[in-house]
Design a protein around this ligand. Structure first.
Ligand code: ADP
Ligand code: MG
Length: 394
């Protein structure tokens, strides 16, 4: 069984402080930002649609203190190699090094006019790296908070989230949407967050106490992922172009209703039609899921999760054998409201909405059953919706 991440917060903060003091000889301030899981609304972000992530109780922690000279230095628990830059030498192309994220955040803050002081940083990551739980955004947002605090400078949270997204674009070379940095910044304990990716309006929605978010990592990442992602985006753009000829007000698939789509079905290539149908119905499901949470209807929320998975599997074709297996196992588990693949697809994780009193048993069941069928041991994390980024006070 995985230990609860919450139980170890105090000891993480203590050992991070000690490590910082050993490395730099001063007492740091500590900041943290969470990973996240997307409950519903997949492949909708780049179609100006809706997503519904929740922050999870795994955080990236940053200990920081000011330096007398204009230098930024950073160490991470996860990597042996430290990095150091003069503050006037932060810019430059991605180097495919973990420290790109830190350098990138510092560089975009500077470019946005924040007068950064020299700083020492030590990073401790609780969010599994590269598992689709957004350790990258957690690293960016926690680093941004640390650098701003050390420099005695403040930014509105939305600005901070957008700058972190820019850092990921320009310094890590990943053209991500805003969701990850947004939820790391705005997440609220006990709540999911529905985000309108066009307006960036958001709504916090209570996740009932009796539910847990159980994340199952399939431990596979198929090579297909990046290429297929670009193809799906191109299919969506093709759909918009064709639909615009009949529906001039359509700017993105977000503006298309299912009756509209059905009416013009014959004008679209079959594959493009199915891609569009996923996005259009998925947006509708997010709105319905928000309604379900608002009224505490977990059974309805769970049904929408299963439907989302089917749509991603059959219409959008971004699932894979392992994710389907995890979903099928969940459907036969006790106390499970719903399950779906989460993230871009072709591997990564499923998210399961499970009754709190059944979560530990579900975890054991999935570990055993998946290992037997897939020949791989999954990682299973039992989470609740957690608080977004901030300073750590102990
Ligand atoms: P994800 O965001 O899904 O975890 P990404 O590939 O977007 O996956 O980001 C993972 C990368 O972020 C890591 O390979 C590493 O470069 C960087 N990273 C994340 N957390 C840490 C950490 N605690 N220390 C150092 N680098 C980290
Ligand atoms: Mg990432």
């Amino acid at each position: 069984m995985m230990p609860s991440p919450v139980a170890s917060y105090e000891s993480i903060a203590d050992s991070l402080r000690q490590r910082f003091e050993r490395s730099y000889g001063t007492r740091p301030r500590i900041f943290r930002a969470p990973g996240r899981v997307n409950l519903i609304g997949e492949h909708t972000d780049y179609n100006d649609g809706f997503v519904m992530p929740a922050a999870i109780e795994f955080y990236t922690w940053v200990a920081a203190d000011r330096r007398g000279d204009p230098v930024l230095r950073v160490e991470s628990d996860q990597f042996s190699e430290a990095a150091e830059w003069p503050l006037d030498g932060l810019s430059g192309a991605p180097r495919k090094h973990w420290s790109d994220y830190v350098r990138g955040v510092a560089a975009v803050l500077q470019a946005a006019g924040c007068p950064l002081s020299g700083a020492n940083l030590v990073i401790h990551g609780q969010v599994p790296l590269g598992a689709g739980l957004s350790s990258s955004a957690a690293l960016e947002v926690s680093t941004a908070l640390a650098l701003l605090s050390v420099s005695n400078y403040q930014l509105p949270p939305l600005e901070l989230a957008k700058l972190c997204q820019r850092a990921e674009h320009e310094y890590a070379g990943t053209r991500c949407g805003i969701m990850d940095q947004f939820i790391a910044t705005f997440g609220r304990s006990g709540h999911a967050l529905m985000l309108d990716c066009r307006s960036l309006d958001y709504k916090l929605l209570p996740v009932p106490e009796e539910a847990r978010l159980v994340i199952c990592n399939s431990m596979v990442k198929h090579e297909l992922a990046a290429g297929q992602y670009n193809l799906r985006r191109a299919d969506c753009e093709a759909g918009v172009r064709l639909l615009q000829q009949h529906l001039p007000n359509v700017r993105a698939l977000r503006d298309v209703t299912l009756p509209d789509l059905e009416k013009h079905r014959d004008e679209l290539p079959e594959v493009v039609y199915r891609r569009c149908r996923h996005v259009v119905t998925e947006n509708q499901r997010v709105l319905e899921a928000a309604d379900a949470l608002q009224s505490g209807d977990l059974a309805r929320f769970g049904r929408l999760m299963y439907e989302s998975h089917r749509s991603l599997r059959d219409d959008y074709e971004v699932s894979c054998r392992e994710l389907d297996l995890l979903g099928e196992l969940a459907a036969t588990g006790e106390g499970v409201y719903g399950a779906r693949m989460t993230g871009g697809g072709f591997g990564g994780c499923t998210v399961n909405l499970v009754r709190a009193d059944a979560a530990d048993r579900f975890q054991r069941y999935i570990m055993e059953a998946y290992a037997k069928d897939a020949g791989k041991t999954p990682e299973v994390y039992v989470c609740s919706a957690a608080q977004g980024a901030g300073p750590w006070q102990s």
